[in-house]
Design a protein around this ligand. Structure first.
Ligand code: ADP
Ligand code: ADP
Length: 232
């Protein structure tokens, strides 16, 4: 579902170049939950942002669902991005809109006609367990509920892949557990492929089938989580 080959990304500035991703190869199969683990500055976020082309890599290829994104022009890329949803540590909800309004906005941006939006909002809120909070405003929600809105919004375009950028890092352990359980549930029910980055081994242990450890822009270890844990 995700194929990355020879990926490199360098940030250039007057202070000097930073090679954030330095030759990463990665294959994530359909329905897999893949974790990239590493310390701050390892290049995880840059790698993730190259998967949906928020950053343009300077070398290598990225394909998602059989489409090579690295070769696409802007218009085609915008359509291809519908196969990819993303969630973040900071939820970036629209504070002036209700929970339903936030999800409806994502549907609107995706091009879902007004007539269908109401049903789709209801479906998405049901999927993430927020039906009761549809009319609440973000300021009235707990962190876990905010992340559920973030997840509903990310699923608006019916993506096949969900990218998670430290989605549970701002949450307490109990809320983290409930969000991870939701992600696993979506993985199983929708067949959603998940690529997540985290600095927490517990997250990888809890939901990932395979994982890689990233350091200085490279994968220093990767494989099935069970095998990685067995190593000395
Ligand atoms: P991680 O997500 O593992 O913390 P990042 O991908 O954010 O790692 O960062 C990798 C390296 O790239 C770090 O040295 C960071 O300082 C640098 N970096 C990240 N984003 C930028 C940017 N927009 N401009 C310049 N350097 C950046
Ligand atoms: P606004 O567009 O001003 O933010 P709302 O937040 O009230 O308006 O609603 C935005 C969208 O969400 C509309 O398309 C509306 O049909 C839908 N919507 C509002 N409440 C619900 C609900 N409880 N269940 C499903 N859809 C809803």
């Amino acid at each position: 579902m995700i194929e990355i080959s020879g990926l490199r990304k360098t940030y250039r500035s007057k202070a000097g170049d930073v090679v954030a991703v330095d030759g990463v190869d990665l294959t994530v199969g359909e329905g897999e939950v893949f974790g990239v683990l590493g310390r701050s500055g390892a290049g995880k976020s840059t790698l993730l942002r190259c998967v949906n082309m928020l950053e343009r890599p300077d070398a290598g290829t990225v394909s998602v669902d059989g489409v090579e994104l690295t070769g696409l022009r802007r218009k085609r890329l915008r359509l291809a991005r519908h196969t990819i949803g993303m969630i973040h540590q900071h939820f970036a909800l629209l504070s002036s809109r209700t929970v339903a309004g936030n999800v409806a906005f994502a549907l609107e941006v995706t091009g879902v006609p007004r007539a269908e939006r109401r049903t789709r909002v209801a479906e998405l809120l049901d999927l993430v367990g927020l039906t009761e909070r549809a009319e609440a405003y973000p300021a009235q929600l707990s962190g876990g509920q905010k992340q559920r809105v973030g997840i509903a919004r990310a699923l608006a375009a019916r993506p096949k892949v969900l990218l998670s950028d430290e989605a549970t890092s701002a949450l307490d352990p109990e809320t983290t557990e409930s969000i991870l359980r939701l992600l696993l549930d979506l993985n199983r029910r929708l067949g959603l492929t998940i690529l997540l980055i985290t600095h927490e081994m517990t997250v990888v242990k809890r939901i990932c089938t395979s994982a890689a450890v990233m350091r200085d822009g490279r994968f220093v270890e990767s494989g099935r989580v069970a095998d990685l844990l067995r190593q000395p």
